[in-house]
Structure formats: C-alpha cells, structure tokens
Design a protein around this ligand. Structure first.
Ligand code: AMP
Ligand code: GLY
Length: 414
C-alpha cells in the first residue's frame, strides 16, 4: 500500500524512514517533506494546515493511509478532513486533539478519568494567577493554555517571572511543581464501536528538553533522546497503560470523541508515583527518532490498524534488544531565534549505521542548508545505549554548519 506522511520535521522524516523500510509499503509520499526525506519519499508541495488540500492530495494519490505528523494540523482538524474524504488517517480528530491543544481541557479529562497529574488551576486574571502561585508555592509552573510550540511553559522560582509569563499568555494553567525524572511513553490508540478503545504502549524513551548540558537554559522542543530506560521501574509500562493511557482514551470515547492516533504521555516519576506532565496528540520529536529504529514490527499495519479500528487484530509492537540515541543539532540562536541558510557539510561523511534525520533543512543552489531551530537529529542504534551514544556522537562529529549547537551529555551515563 502507498502512504502519505504530512509534515516536514524530524519526526516525519523518521516516520518516512520506517515506512520506507516496511515491506508492506509501496510508495511513500510526503507533504511537504524535507530534503532528508527526498531519497525515500515523493514530495508534494501542499500546506499541512490546509485540510481540503491534504485530503485532495491523499485522494488523488490513492494512498491507503495518511499519517498526520505535527500537532497544529491535528488541532486544526486536518485528520477529520482526510477521513471525510474516505481515506484512512492516523491522527486524532480535532475534538480529541484538544488533549494537546488545550492544557485546561487535558486537566479536565484527567480529573474525570482519575488520571494522576499535578494539581492545577485554570487562571484568566492577574489576581487568579497570584492566588494560584501562592497556593502551590515555588518552584512555579505556568503554562499557556494553547499550543505554543514548546515555548508555553515557564518553570521558575521567580514569582515576577511567573506573573509576567501568565500575563503574556492570557489564559493559563498554574500547577504544582513535579519533582523526579521525566519519561515519554507513547500509546498507539485505536477505537471501534464493538470493542471500544485499544491501546498498544511503545517502549519508554527519555527526552532532553533544555538547551544546555546539565539541563540548563531554556526549554526547547527536545535536544536529544534515548531508549530503552534500563533504570526505570520494570512495571512502568503496565502502570502507565493501566492508570494513564487506557483511562484517558476510555474517557474520550465515553464523551463521544474517541482518540485514534498516538497519545503521548509526558510523565514525571515522582516520589509519590507517576504523574502526567503533559499530553500530546502525536508522536514525540525527537523520541520517535530513537524508537522507530528499534521497532521490529512493520510500522504500517500498526498505524493502519489504529486508523481503521482494527488495532486489536494486529500483533502488538515488538522491540529489538539494544539501545538507540539521537542528538539534535540546532541552529544558531535556538530556541529564542533560529538561523537560516547556513550550509551543512559532512552529511554524507557519517559512518555506516548512523541515520541523519532532517528536522529543519532546505535546499539552496543544490546544497542542504539550515532552515529552522532544530536542524538535524543524528541517530544511531547499538548493542546498548552507551554503544548507540558513542556511534551517534561519532556521526555528529562528521557534520558541521556555522553556529551549530548540540548537547554533549545526551544519554550520558545511561
Ligand atoms: P509541557 O509542555 O507541559 O511538557 O512542559 C514542558 C516542560 O516543562 C516539561 O517537559 C517539564 O520539564 C517542565 N514542566 C512542565 N510541567 C511541570 C511541572 N508541573 N513540574 C515540573 N516541571 C514541569
Ligand atoms: N519531545 C517533546 C515533544 O515532542 O513534545
């Protein structure tokens, strides 16, 4: 079958690589895609935010499945448009994608479903924010209610900074601070009328959110990731599936807005147990880059099964032993700004086994140049995380562009 992947970032490039390696997949199409995908996919210049245009493309290509990568089109209802055109689509409806599109909605669903998360208050005025900050105490956590491309959350001990961020956002969620390591756990979710919601958890991964080594500096979209988490409790996946993923999708189904696609649980492993930090309604970036190389199962039956309500008929995902690590190379100025047009050298000079995922690149005069904040995700699998880490950094050392920034401590000591 032919597949269309919608998006142009590192997550979508990783999906394209996995689909291209799937013997059940014929042609992989991407819209709009990026130069890294061009070797594996046919690229189409269609705006991912334009639902009717994406639906028309999927129909005219005759694909059996469309996969919507990023959150903004999902929240805008692009998956609904594709499904209305009669094409199977991996990605939630706009109604279900509100789990990511509104933090207040996500909190409300978690409360109804009894899912453990930080205590929180939705605030719309300075006075409400001040009261909430004082109720929870420092460190203060203030989140923009809506989508903010990784920039909506401020965690600070500076009360004034917390107040200023809240004022700049408008409607915010103020919540208690969660201490403890963060873990990303993804659930492939499908639904049908007879069986209700089916969830297949993937292997946990860990993302490094801050720009600088030692988890310093500003929050970013994610500067690197690794899997598996050999230090995590052995029952983590079972506990999270039972107490977080399944109750959440059951609650959405009960409300008449079932979730099909990928439910991303960002978790904190606190001394009092697992707590949800955030939900996303799509694959994580860069976690997808490390998970897919270790997936033994072909990807397309899982995505198609979720999209068509037949996930329970597909064997659950199986994983290779060993580890995988991805290290993000970001452009100058990221995350405050980003630099475009810097020529990237060494893309063909990485050792065998290193996959250079393109996240923010473009072609200019036949050369690959930077075109975004996160530019590349240099990825390698290995016999364990330490081996994968060594390979990923060896790959990274072959690549250069002006102003490149990366963390040197991704998966260190893991
Ligand atoms: P979010 O967009 O909700 O994932 O928040 C981005 C990052 O902010 C998370 O990955 C955490 O590192 C941090 N964060 C969010 N909520 C909390 C919280 N309640 N306590 C501590 N850190 C948090
Ligand atoms: N890696 C964080 C995210 O995808 O939101």
């Amino acid at each position: 079958m032919d597949v269309l992947v919608v998006g142009s970032g590192g997550r979508e490039h990783a999906l394209v690589e996995a689909l291209a390696a799937d013997p059940g997949v014929g042609v992989v199409h991407a819209a709009p895609g990026n130069p890294g995908m061009a070797a594996r996919a046919r690229l189409h210049d269609v705006d991912p935010m334009d639902g009717p245009a994406v639906a028309a493309l999927a129909t005219s290509l005759g694909v059996a499945l469309a996969v919507i990568g990023p959150e903004a089109p999902l929240v805008a209802g692009v998956a609904d448009a594709v499904r209305s055109a009669g094409v199977a689509c991996f990605g939630p409806t706009a109604a279900a994608a509100r789990l990511e599109g509104s933090k207040a909605f996500a909190k409300e669903v978690m409360t109804s479903a009894g899912v453990p998360t930080a205590r929180a208050r939705v605030c719309e005025s300075d006075a409400e924010v001040a009261l909430a900050l004082d109720a929870f105490g420092p460190p203060y956590v203030v989140k923009d209610d809506g989508l903010a491309a990784g920039k909506g959350v401020v965690v600070t001990t500076d009360r004034q900074e917390a107040l200023d961020h809240a004022r700049a956002c408008g409607r915010v969620v103020v919540e208690e601070y969660l201490d403890g390591p963060e873990v990303s756990l993804f659930g492939l979710c499908g639904w049908n009328d007879a069986d209700g919601a089916t969830v297949y958890p993937l292997q946990p991964a860990q993302d490094f959110k801050r720009i600088h080594d030692g988890d310093g500096g500003a929050n970013t979209g994610g500067m690197g990731a690794y899997t598996p988490l050999t230090w995590a409790p052995p029952d983590l996946v079972d506990v999270v599936t039972r107490t977080v993923l399944q109750p959440t999708v059951d609650e959405l189904a009960r409300r008449g807005t079932p979730f099909t696609g990928l439910l991303y649980a960002g978790l904190a492993l606190t001394s009092r147990g697992v707590r949800v930090v955030e939900f996303n309604a799509r694959f994580g970036d860069p976690e997808t880059q490390v998970l897919l190389p270790l997936l033994v199962s072909p990807l397309s039956p899982l995505l198609l099964g979720a999209a068509t309500g037949t996930l329970a008929d597909v064997p659950p995902p199986a994983w290779k032993p060993g580890g995988a690590v991805t290290v993000v190379m970001a452009s100058k100025g990221y995350p405050e700004t980003s630099s475009k047009g810097d020529v990237i050298a060494g893309l063909d000079a990485t050792p065998d086994g290193v996959v250079v995922i393109h996240a923010g690149t473009a072609l200019a005069d036949g050369q690959v140049v930077t075109a975004g904040g996160r530019v590349l995700a240099v990825t390698a699998a290995g016999r364990d995380v330490a081996d994968a880490r060594a390979r990923a950094y060896e790959g990274l050392s072959a690549i250069s562009f002006a102003g490149a920034q990366w963390r040197t401590d991704i998966a260190a000591g893991r």
